[in-house]
Design a protein around this ligand. Structure first.
Ligand SMILES: [Zn+2]
Length: 286
């Protein structure tokens, strides 16, 4: 009996100690990074829906949005994709209402280009990666498999259709100083930001899940072009593997705190569903 009492007393003290220690550990742990997330439109252009959504045969055309996404929090200013600005793309695509992505984020959010700390490149297409060198201090996060499939050691194009030659050279020039090659799926590359592969828009395209006050927001980029892909469960029309793309879309919808928090890559409706603050800026975690 005496022994039992002693044990209980020790147990009580142990519990108290445990609580104190747990409290101390919790106090030392860095706070979970919570980001504000914005979509910033910097151009638009008419485009056939059948080129965006697999299985569509009608002749609908929409003014697709060219967008960069900003995640601000935890002492970081992170871009998901960097848009485009080289003159040859402007001449070829004749986008409407074009402003350089760097100017769009300064106009929309007051963020100067040199204050961007990180850029997550979802994939190496020109309309997402060309603008990387507008942001002189940013660390660039791209999937290792994506980079190495498309871009050779001297900046040469290894597989056509994935990267513009000028963008390949630009990335190769930045590689040693500023590029982080991400090793595959489900990598937390910054506190509160995890990237996932499998979308198969390109060889190793990635999408980003970002912790916000509303829970997880998923920036799909072109792994889902439009809400129509997500809502009708239709693969993107330009993919290297439609079945994988559909699986990835399902996963994005599961990862997000709600289906409405999966943000597609080119849908102008993003700026209607998230109408504030407006003028080409949509706050997603409002
Ligand atoms: Zn795109």
């Amino acid at each position: 009996m005496k022994r039992f009492v002693l044990t209980r007393r020790r147990g009580g003290a142990g519990l108290l100690l445990l609580l104190l220690l747990t409290g101390a550990v919790a106090a030392q742990r860095p706070p979970v990074a919570v980001y504000e997330v914005y979509a910033i439109q910097f151009a638009s252009a008419p485009y056939g829906v059948k080129n965006l959504v697999a299985g569509v045969t009608d002749s609908r055309s929409i003014d697709i949005a060219f967008t960069v996404w900003v995640a601000r929090g935890g002492g970081k200013t992170v871009l998901v994709d960097a848009g485009f600005y080289r003159d040859k793309f402007i001449q070829q695509w004749k986008p409407r209402d074009f402003v350089k992505p760097s100017e769009a984020i300064e106009r929309g959010l007051g963020i100067k280009a040199d204050l961007v700390t990180d850029i997550i490149v979802s994939h190496s297409h020109w309309d997402h990666m060309d603008g990387v060198d507008l942001f002189p201090n940013a660390r660039i996060h791209i999937q290792k498999d994506e980079y190495e499939y498309y871009i050779g050691p001297a900046g040469e194009v290894l597989h056509r259709g994935g990267v513009d030659p000028d963008d390949a050279k630009m990335m190769a020039a930045l590689k040693d100083a500023r590029v982080t090659l991400v090793n595959g799926d489900a990598q937390e590359i910054l506190p509160g930001i995890t990237v996932y592969t499998g979308g198969k828009h390109t060889f190793a395209s990635q999408y980003a899940a970002i912790n916000t006050r509303r829970g997880t927001v998923v920036i799909a980029s072109d792994n889902a072009y439009l809400y129509e892909n997500l809502e009708k469960h239709l693969a993107i029309a330009q993919t290297v593997d439609a079945e994988s793309n559909l699986k990835a879309q399902t996963r994005m919808l599961q990862l997000a705190a709600s289906p409405s928090l999966v943000v597609p890559g080119h849908d102008p409706a993003v700026f209607e569903r998230f109408p504030s603050p407006g003028k080409g800026v949509a706050r997603i975690d409002r």
